[in-house]
Design a protein around this ligand. Structure first.
Ligand code: PAF
Length: 282
């Protein structure tokens, strides 16, 4: 496994490999890797010849300094975890100045409103920061394919939009959510939950599954109200939002249409830890 800290070294290494018309897959991460990330890396390995995993805690996507400070720095164990999958991986773990020089700020983008709802509404400028760093990584690695988890489904849509806006020739691949045995979606934040709450937090996914059932019979508004009601009765959970939207535009559902795909999105605080999840409804 090769670890690069400098973009110029990574660019030179990839340029030499690309001469042999190799396909390159990119898996951007912020480290603290878990099984969900590893599943994405495995998918990239199965589809592309050279796989670059980036590990970079991106300051511009945090609206809350405390959240950024609390973000775990686990490079050594991340590298160990990646080694168990393949010795051939290329890892890029730059310092903040390497990507941002002295200008740690986000670019402006017009994402057609995709960035102002849900995660974008509750974490201001979050997606501008995500897009800024992902565009930087895309222009350094120039991958053929880039892989993102569906747990951050809104982020996945925004990255697809970024490709539309920038015209970069990169195929964006969404990867299914990986869950803990009890159903909680894998996240680096799960580590911050005491064991009992980590099991209890499966309530989030159970509620989404039930919502999916009910959505077959009821309107989006009734299903959202039903979910709110369920959470009102759970003192350990603080529901931030439940949204049912058109899965492509993230617009609210007025009247269900036959050929439209819908998805439910949820954000919940459990013991001060913010968890998100989503589920396809049809
Ligand atoms: O999903 C993440 O971990 C981050 O938002 C990403 C895509 C690596 C950008 O920092």
């Amino acid at each position: 496994m090769l670890l690069f800290r400098r973009k110029k070294d990574l660019i030179a290494h990839l340029a030499a490999l690309k001469n042999t018309s190799t396909s390159v897959g990119l898996v951007p991460t912020m480290g603290a890797l878990h099984e969900g990330h590893l599943a994405i890396v495995k998918k990239a390995i199965s589809e592309t010849k050279v796989v670059v995993v980036t590990i970079f805690v991106n300051p511009t996507q945090f609206d809350n300094q405390d959240d950024l400070n609390k973000y775990p720095d686990t490079l050594d164990s991340d590298l160990e975890a990646l080694k168990t999958i393949s010795e051939e991986l290329i890892v890029f773990a730059p310092a903040v100045t390497e990507l941002y020089s002295n200008n740690i700020s986000s670019k402006e983008y017009d994402f057609d409103g995709l960035d102002t709802t849900m995660e974008g509404k509750f974490r201001s400028n979050h997606f501008l920061g995500v897009a800024t760093v992902v565009e930087k990584l895309f222009s350094i690695v120039k991958p053929n394919k880039a892989y993102f988890g569906e747990k951050d489904f809104q982020q996945l849509l925004i990255i697809k939009k970024l490709i539309e806006i920038t015209n970069m020739p990169i195929e964006i691949i969404g990867c299914p959510i990986v869950r803990e045995p009890h159903g909680l979606a894998m996240s680096s934040r799960n580590e911050r939950l005491p064991k009992d709450l980590r099991v209890k937090a499966s309530f989030i996914y159970e509620t989404l599954l039930a919502a999916k059932e009910i959505f077959g019979m009821k309107s989006a508004t009734s299903v959202m109200n039903w979910v709110k009601n369920k959470f009102d009765k759970q003192p350990e959970f603080d529901l931030e939002y439940i949204n049912i939207t058109d899965q492509d535009t993230l617009n609210p559902v007025k009247r269900k249409q036959k050929n439209t795909k819908y998805r439910a999105f949820i954000a919940v605080y459990v013991n001060g830890v913010r968890l998100i999840d989503n589920i396809a409804l049809n």
